[in-house]
Ligand binder design. Sequence first.
Ligand code: NAD
Length: 260
Amino acid sequence: MLEATLELDHRLELDRIAQSILASRPVLAFTGAGISTESGIPDFRGPNGLWKRTPPTGFRDFLSDPEVRARYWERRRERYPELVEKMPNVGHQALSELVRVQMIQTVITQNIDGLHQRAGLSPDRVIELHGSSHQIRCLECRRLYPSDAQEIDFSARVPDCPSCGGILKEATISFGEPLIEEDIRQALRMAEESRMVLVVGSSLTVNPASRVPLVAARNGATLAIINNEETPLDRYAEHIVRAPAGASLSYLTRQVLAGA
Ligand code: NAD
């Protein structure tokens, strides 16, 4: 069993997190790229992170340079079919189960892969702070299209918005691009009201997303962090588990269900 790979110290700390969840439910979950590495999607800053291989496109360059847009679309044509093949892992499934039994209220994610929804979470239980790879947005008229929209000419080197002729881009937040205001406002409001936040698989270095657990902790919420590496918010955390997300979440969920 995957959980057997966890060290005793990790299991003991996860037992304490389970008790905190039972005492504070429903809690908020905040996830990052680390929850999806076990599904075969590399993170940005972990040891095998994408950051080191392909620097991401900056929003300003995307807007100002047609060549940057062409390279962006070329990369999307290569990578999107691979992303669609990826399946949720035990970590995504465990979080969905905790939402189903009302131990977790909402999953606020920085991920753009849609795997929380594919693991069964209803869209109204997920806030995708950095958007979704499964949608395309027009930067001018703001219209959102599904990734397979028939009306978009995906064979064009740089497709245009079929509605207004504007610039199209994956509906994800690039570096330097503002977040969707309603999403971050709602996430911060939930953080202020929450009694506990469970962070999974995030370096907690991307702003303003990482303000979500920070605001909660500063407001007196219990902070629990499951992540392979140290994070800048560790000093606010009551519980820290440096172990793989999948095994940790599946053990944690079993303990919560046993105590419910
Ligand atoms: P990050 O890459 O900055 O940090 C990921 C953290 O997870 C690292 O500290 C790493 O050590 C840890 N980690 C990796 N695998 C783990 C595992 N199996 N168990 C436990 N911990 C593990 O990711 P971030 O904080 O989400 O910020 C990066 C940005 O990159 C986000 O904005 C996100 O939109 C984007 N991104 C998303 C995806 C995705 O959707 N799957 C993938 C790459 C990058």
